[in-house]
Design a protein around this ligand. Structure first.
Ligand SMILES: [Zn+2]
Length: 316
């Protein structure tokens, strides 16, 4: 069924860079002119957002990234404290249900790039204590754990990468393969550590960018019990295309038995949005585009909320 407004639509998104924007541009998380803020998320029927701590390692002197990670974590906490009426940090499915029942946005934490944790398995204890749910093994730059989809793309996980992944799994932190090299992806899949997540990646069959998942990768994510978030970045959707063209990424993954795997991963505040969109307020158009293609209510609820809830809602 088509929706009339944000208030009809549930929202659970796996990736945004809004916290690093808040830290660097001194923006408020409560209300800002970017792609999303807590006030706008609060207009959905219920809302949950994974907020990434992110920094481009090339712009930071050696040895300062963990300090930056701590700084952004402090910004995340301070912004939630300032907006306590709008949102609350959540670690479990029960937390998320409680936040939503109280009319608040459920805020979850991720770290985009293990270099922010010094690629040190010991730092994962700190991340787990912060309630971090997802860690991307790499961002775009190669690190001590693996090559990436754009730097040393033929290099897979190092021994340290395997140790890091194992420790994350032990602590209940899921590994996120968005940005990882293809060999790194398969090395991780082979370890069989639990659900593999691609928080913000589309279908490579439709847009050949290496940031996107091949069909076999998607199936491996699916079979692991993970999820793949639909990325709205123009570069990964496939250029200046219409919403009808863009949703073919979702159609494609659905044809690969992806009904319990496809989710949202907008890359908000981290990219130029497709379809002339300005932010999360435009998402009801995606719901309607899918409804017009015949997706039933239950499937839409899964894509827009339940699939991430199942993957991320487990006890921390
Ligand atoms: Zn990213």
């Amino acid at each position: 069924m088509r929706c009339a407004s944000m208030g009809d639509v549930p929202y659970f998104d796996g990736h945004c860079d809004t916290v690093s924007e808040c830290a660097h541009q001194h923006r408020s998380l409560g209300e800002n002119g970017g792609h999303l803020d807590l006030a706008r998320l609060g207009r959905f029927r219920k809302a949950a957002q994974v907020f990434a701590i992110f920094a481009n390692a090339a712009r930071f002197p050696e040895g300062t990234l963990f300090a930056e990670c701590q700084k952004q974590h402090a910004v995340f906490l301070a912004e939630l404290a300032k907006n306590a009426g709008l949102a609350v940090q959540c670690r479990t499915g029960a937390d998320i249900a409680g936040a939503n029942a109280a009319g608040k946005v459920a805020a979850l934490l991720s770290v985009e790039g293990a270099e922010l944790l010094d690629c040190d398995p010991a730092r994962l204890e700190t991340a787990a204590a912060w309630g971090v749910k997802l860690v991307n093994i790499t961002w775009n730059h190669v690190n001590a754990l693996s090559g990436t989809n754009v730097e040393q793309p033929d290099r897979g996980l190092t021994d340290r990468g395997r140790a890091f992944a194992g420790e994350a799994a032990r602590l209940g932190i899921l590994l996120d393969v968005s940005h990882l090299s293809d060999p790194g992806f398969w090395d991780l899949a082979e370890l069989g550590l639990g659900p593999i997540v691609a928080s913000h990646s589309n279908a490579r069959a439709l847009c050949g960018h290496p940031r996107n998942l091949t069909d076999d990768m998607f199936k491996a994510v699916r079979d692991s019990g993970g999820a793949a978030g639909f990325n709205l970045c123009t570069e990964f959707v496939g250029g200046a295309c219409s919403l009808d063209d863009g949703v073919r990424h979702i159609d494609h993954f659905m044809e690969l038995d992806g009904a319990k795997t496809v989710a949202l991963g907008g890359d908000w505040d981290g990219c130029g949005l497709s379809f002339g969109w300005h932010g999360v307020q435009d998402l009801p158009a995606l719901w309607n585009a899918l409804a017009d293609r015949g997706y039933d209510e239950g499937t839409l609820e899964d894509i827009f909320f339940n699939n991430w809830l199942r993957v991320l809602g487990g006890a921390a």
